[in-house]
Design a protein around this ligand. Structure first.
Ligand code: ZN
Length: 392
């Protein structure tokens, strides 16, 4: 077959068409990248290099050049809040909430963010006001959660109860334990105002909300004790055993005081010793030790502690044993004993703390509400030594 030379003439045409096509693609690409300011890419570059400060500066530049980038405004605002730059976060979200060109949904989102900025800044009144505007919005569940947090921080327990009930109804998630605690807070307020009848009413409400509320049972005993009704107080505190024996540690001292007031200290001591046998606890051990020491002297306290230590060997128990021994020891042995005791005490310092199950916060004192994470009943009344099984 003869080669047809005229075909060669079409080659430049094909090259020409390819060149035109390439230019069209290139032009489109260039126009698209021009739509995003250079600072945007610079910001991304800084983010990838993990330099958030420079990234923020670059993004602020984008926002100035192109106010249409609403999503970037939101992202920056949240970034400011996370970094604790609350003034900047508040300004950004205030501007967004006031912008005429935004739709309703975005304005509500801006208000929600603004409320969270105020909350983090501790401006509770303003946060409450902003969240109040969102109570009928699609964000109402989130808003209720934040309001519940605010009312607890403000110690406005009546409002907290209403918010918790509302939230539980919407989510189907029970908040009975928390509601009972709010009633206990109200009852404690009444006790401070010497209004025992008011306190009793709140405590009944607490137990109706959550039958296992140990704090309500303990406070019912406290109300009776404050009126000198010792037998009634003892009966209330004894009920803790059937609720959760771990919490007996919180009433052991009170039980002894009430028995003492009735002239029956020995019965009280027998009762608490019985608890200790059935539910070993460092706090119960300490109460029995101190009472034995006060009632029967150092020698008896030492003997009792030695037997207890054989049964449940703990460093905190050893510390008490040395304490009793020190009281009895002749002068020449006292120095050695003190040295040993200081060594033991050094090791037990961190073992004698309570610890939050939720966030790990540690404290010498018992809290119904964790001061760090705000969880209710998340710090059980058990010292770290017994919980971590250091004794074992
Ligand atoms: Zn906690």
């Amino acid at each position: 077959m003869e080669f047809e030379w005229w075909w060669l003439l079409s080659l430049p045409l094909f090259f020409g068409l390819g060149w035109v096509a390439a230019r069209i693609d290139l032009r489109q690409l260039l126009s698209e990248s021009r739509a995003l300011p250079r600072s945007y890419f610079k910001g991304l570059d800084f983010l990838l290099k993990e330099q958030p400060d420079k990234a923020i500066e670059a993004f602020i530049e984008v926002v100035k050049v192109d106010p249409q980038t609403v999503e970037l405004h939101f992202a920056l605002g949240n970034l400011f809040r996370r970094r604790g730059e609350l003034d900047r976060a508040i300004r950004m979200h205030q501007n967004l909430a006031q912008r005429e060109d935004l739709g309703d949904e975005q304005k509500l989102q801006a208000l929600l963010e603004l409320g969270q900025d105020y909350l983090k800044a501790g401006l509770l009144d303003r946060a409450e006001e902003v969240f109040g505007k969102l109570s009928d919005s699609p964000h109402r569940e989130t808003v209720l959660r934040h309001l519940l947090d605010i009312y607890q921080q403000e110690k406005d327990w009546s409002k907290a109860i209403a918010a918790a009930r509302n939230l539980a109804e919407r989510t189907g998630h029970s908040l009975q334990k928390e509601i009972a605690q709010f009633y206990c807070e109200l009852a404690e307020g009444c006790l401070l105002d010497t209004d025992p009848d008011g306190a009793k009413r709140y405590l009944q409400e607490a137990l109706q909300s959550h039958r296992q509320c140990m704090r309500a049972t303990i406070l019912l005993g406290d109300v009776a004790a404050s009126a000198g009704q010792w037998a009634e107080a003892i009966n209330a505190w004894k009920r803790i055993e059937s609720q959760d024996p771990a919490y007996l540690a919180l009433v052991a001292e009170k039980l002894l005081d009430a028995h003492r007031a009735l002239g029956k200290e020995e019965d009280g001591l027998r009762l608490v010793r019985g608890y200790l046998e059935r539910y070993p606890s460092l706090d119960l051990m300490d109460v029995v030790f101190q009472t034995t020491l006060a009632r029967e002297g150092a020698a008896a306290a030492y003997r009792w502690m030695r037997d207890e230590l054989r049964r449940t060997p703990t460093l905190l128990g050893l510390d008490r044993l040395l304490e009793a021994q020190l009281l009895e020891a002749p002068l020449d042995r006292r120095r050695d004993l003190e040295l040993i005791r200081n060594l033991v005490r050094h090791h037990t310092r961190n073992l004698a703390l309570y610890c939050c199950d939720h966030c790990g916060f540690k404290a010498r004192q018992f809290y119904w509400r964790c001061p760090a994470c705000g969880g209710w009943e998340t710090c059980p009344p058990r010292r770290i030594e017994e919980r971590e099984g250091v004794a074992a």
